[in-house]
Ligand binder design. Structure first.
Ligand SMILES: [Zn+2]
Length: 299
């Protein structure tokens, strides 16, 4: 039996290491700090008794749990990513453990009055009576996807400790830079050698996703011109107004807050502007490949 506290401790040991990825970086991993967790994970996989643990020069980690049966079984894989989203800071994470959640508001941060409420996040009610782990509201937790890594490492540890449970060869793969859309770019599928694999990166308990959307990101830079507000008639070009025109020219209802299921969208994820330059960041998604291409060309 693996104790619950052991799993919580493992998860906390991962989330307290900052592994935020950076879309502006050209390297892999996109941030050096991802190595901090990558190296720890490779060592941990060895420590629990996994075979063929490798970490390549781009921080992709692979390991094998050999089959313990005589007959042929397909090789399956489990995959997760150790970077966290650059949308919000992942530094100085202070996890809070809530035992036996009672279904009411959770005060994340008294000082800043940050509350996690089932009024806003209905899904919370699905976890009544369970142990929840949250941040203090000032950072990401990084459960995406250090929860997936915790699940995989703990499952492998369990299987190693309980050899009477029969299984075929199991492959484990951990990647950097998934949150910036590059997790799969340098994943050596052949070396991984699984007949099929599962990505342990979901949301609700019991959810299984077996298809995926097409996705792309776009950065749009609008250049303006500034001289001096007092002498600028006919000269100033205020990039923020042109950027606003651009935003308004896209279909306003094809956004995440107006779409569901297979509907695609344009998601304006950030706007940073001054007179001289405004930068828009978009995410485009569509299940349908031809509609996806149409979205890209419209943009
Ligand atoms: Zn994820």
């Amino acid at each position: 039996m693996i104790k619950k506290q052991h799993i919580i401790d493992r998860f906390i040991s991962y989330v307290t290491i900052d592994t935020e990825s950076d879309p502006a970086s050209k390297t892999t991993p996109s941030t050096d700090k991802q190595w901090d967790l990558a190296k720890k994970l490779a060592k941990e996989l060895e420590d629990i008794g996994m075979s063929d643990v490798t970490i390549d020069d781009m921080a992709y980690i692979m390991a094998t749990l050999p089959s313990n049966v005589d007959h042929e079984v397909p090789t399956i894989g489990f995959i997760s990513h150790f970077d966290t989203s650059p949308d919000f800071t992942g530094a100085n994470v202070k996890p809070q453990v809530i035992n036996n959640y009672d279904g009411t508001d959770i005060l994340l941060n008294a000082e800043e009055n940050i509350i996690l409420s089932p009024d806003y996040f209905e899904d919370l009610l699905l976890y009544k009576g369970q142990t929840l782990i949250t941040t203090d509201g000032t950072t990401l937790l990084g459960a995406d996807d250090k929860a997936g890594i915790t699940e995989i490492v703990s499952a492998m540890e369990y299987l190693i400790q309980h050899p009477h449970i029969k299984h075929g060869t199991i492959k484990v793969g951990f990647t950097p830079d998934e949150e910036i859309g590059r997790g799969a770019h340098h994943f050596n599928v052949k070396k991984f050698g699984a007949d099929w694999a599962y990505t342990m990166d979901g949301s609700q308990i019991g959810e299984l996703e077996y298809e995926n959307f097409n996705a792309a990101s776009a950065t749009i830079s609008v250049k303006g011109k500034i001289v001096h507000p007092g002498y600028d008639k006919g000269k100033m070009v205020n990039s923020m107004y042109y950027a606003t025109d651009f935003i308004n020219a896209l279909p306003r209802l094809e956004t995440p807050e107006h779409t569901e299921d297979y509907q695609g969208f344009f998601h304006l994820s950030s706007v940073k502007g001054s007179v001289e330059e405004t930068v828009l960041n978009y995410i485009i998604r569509d299940h349908d490949a031809s509609k996806f291409e149409a979205r890209k060309s419209l943009l």
